[in-house]
Design a protein around this ligand. Structure first.
Ligand code: COA
Length: 532
């Protein structure tokens, strides 16, 4: 074993200051998570309870195996928008009858559980996760369908929800719909496209058009039950496979359905793994409040990998990127971690080689981000930094082993791409509260804008408004800063959630376990042309 040594001084004032800054950010994060948990607020929660109904997360809890964790995804969806934090939908991974499932639950306390543009993005992301990892999909349905005022944003792209359900089914990935309430119009195709359907007595309403619409369309008089009640669908139409007398009964039956799926993981459980040698609590004090101060990612690796055991690859070459082999909860991984912000040609080539090795050996990759991007300047351009950065991006793009990304600190510019940013389809991507991501840093971006404006004025022979420039720079800096923060980015579904650094090992372990439901094989060739 090659146990990492730590030089972290947990008694130093820097550590204490970093820890304090991180704890303050975590307190802010808790306050935002609480908004998602509060759903539509007290009034709607009380009304829902008075109707004898369970809340979305209570339904999930009864569905899951007792005392097993639920990895909730994107709880901050819609943050910073006009819609309620959480986007009226709960999604995540949990274990049902020993089977890891992708679970979604509409939150009917938020505008009747109607889907707004962020709910749609979140639901589509959940479907992607189910498909990539072959996780059975259990949808706990009670939704007012499309959020009507924002229909223009969701009607046309929203068709993908139903397309995905049938594609999952075609791929042999089971889909289960449990209908607790409204599931009308387009929503009727959620049970309509699912492999297994359970409906709750006198609660489920599954019809293409409700009584008023039917009256308008054909003049026929009807009622909810005869058009789309659970009993009608169980006895007459055959859309419901199982009739549940109440909500707990529906969840019990959903568990029985999953128990009978005969869904098998591609890889067995690797068994118990040795925990890291260092305390995860110390992760709070590693990232400096000011991201311009570098930190050693080995201190992070030492606190998340099994037994803090890490075999570094090319430790003396391209030293601002640390690469090496480890295991996490028993799963082998290759780690790429930024050490000093900037990526040079050497780091890029080292990354490309390392990614190829992981593909030859079928080893998943973990990217730990703290990069300001690829190096600029005459010397580096002449040294071929574009070609070398392109090699790294080529390797990341065409790699076929599963990728995980964690944004610890900075994740700027093309460095975000090379380190497997969101657009590079990592199986999961999480951010720490200390992370920041944007095309470049706020000061740099404001400075570039100012230089461009100054040159433009000079070209037109106009005087430059220095006062206006200072105000503009300050405004732009503030805007870019707020748009770089993890809550903002999580709100836009650019990650799968903002996590407490102390939970990193657990979260990645759950992801790796879910990933190993599907078989994978690294790319043996099939990379694009590497420009040398
Ligand atoms: N779009 C936008 N807002 C919606 C909505 C939708 N599809 N469905 C419900 N809401 C809003 C309601 O206007 C209400 O807002 P308010 O409290 O500010 O007045 C809030 O969500 C709660 O709705 P309410 O009708 O009081 O809740 P409920 O639990 O009694 O009934 C539904 C829920 C979903 C059965 C009912 O609201 C409904 O039938 N909605 C329309 C469904 C529909 O036709 N959707 C189009 C499908 S494509």
């Amino acid at each position: 074993m090659t146990v990492l040594a730590s030089s972290l001084d947990t008694k130093s004032p820097e550590h204490a200051a970093n820890r304090e800054a991180m704890l303050a950010k975590l307190a802010d994060l808790d306050a935002e998570h609480a908004k998602a948990l509060a759903g539509g607020g007290e009034k709607y929660v009380q009304r829902h309870r008075k109707r004898g109904k369970l809340l979305a997360r209570e339904r999930i809890e009864l569905l899951l195996d007792p005392d097993t964790p639920f990895l909730e995804l994107s709880p901050l969806a819609a943050w910073g928008s006009d819609y309620t934090v959480g986007a009226s939908l709960v999604t995540g991974i949990g274990v049902v009858e020993g089977v890891e499932c992708l679970i979604t639950a509409n939150d009917p306390t938020v505008r009747g559980g109607a889907s707004n543009p962020w709910s749609l993005k979140k639901a589509l992301r959940a479907n992607d996760i189910a498909l990539a990892n072959r996780l059975p999909c259990v949808n706990l349905v009670e939704s007012g369908g499309a959020d009507l005022p924002s229909q223009k944003e969701i009607f046309i792209p929203g068709g993908a929800i139903f397309r995905d359900l049938t594609r999952l089914s075609a791929a042999g990935i089971p889909t289960v719909a449990v209908v607790f309430g409204n599931s009308t119009a387009g929503g009727a195709y959620v049970p309509g496209m699912s492999d297994h359907v359970i409906m709750v007595k006198e609660r489920a309403k599954v019809f293409l058009g409700g009584p008023p619409l039917v009256k308008m369309a054909t003049g026929e008089e009807s009622d909810d039950e005869s058009l789309g009640g659970a009993e009608m669908h169980a006895r007459v139409s055959g859309l419901a496979d199982y009739f549940a007398v109440d909500e707990p009964d529906a969840l019990r039956q959903a568990r029985r359905v999953v128990a009978r799926l005969n869904h098998r993981k591609a890889y067995g459980d690797p068994g118990p793994a040795e925990p890291p040698k260092y305390d995860a609590d110390e992760l709070l004090g590693i990232v400096p409040g000011d991201l311009r101060t570098p930190f050693d990612p080995r201190e992070v690796i030492a606190r998340i990998v099994d037994a803090s055991d890490f075999d570094e690859f090319k430790p003396m070459y391209g030293t601002s990127l640390t690469t090496g082999w480890a295991a996490l909860h028993g799963y082998p991984i290759g780690v790429l971690a930024n050490a000093r912000g900037v990526l040079f040609s050497e780091e890029s080539q080292k990354a490309a080689q390392f990614i190829q090795l992981a593909n030859q050996r079928d080893i998943p990759l973990l990217f730990l981000h703290n990069t300001t991007g690829y190096m600029v300047g005459k010397e580096y351009e002449q040294g071929g930094i574009i070609k070398h950065g392109a090699m790294m991006i080529n390797a990341v793009s065409n790699s076929r082993v599963p990728h995980l990304s964690v944004l610890m600190g900075a994740s700027y510019g093309a460095g975000h791409y090379g380190m497997c940013g969101r657009a590079y389809d990592p199986r999961f991507l999480f951010a720490w509260p200390s992370a920041k991501s944007a095309v470049m840093g706020p000061q740099q971006l404001a400075g570039v804008l100012s230089i461009v404006a100054r040159q433009s004025a000079a070209a037109k022979g106009q005087p430059y408004d220095e006062e206006g420039d200072a105000a503009l720079r300050a405004m732009v800096e503030q805007q870019i800063e707020s748009e770089s923060l993890p809550m903002f980015l999580s709100g836009r579904l650019y990650d799968d959630g903002v996590i407490d650094p102390r939970d990193t090992r657990t979260v990645l372990g759950m992801c790796l376990s879910a990933i190993h439901t599907a078989s994978y094989e690294g790319a043996r060739g099939g990379f694009g042309v590497f420009r040398m």
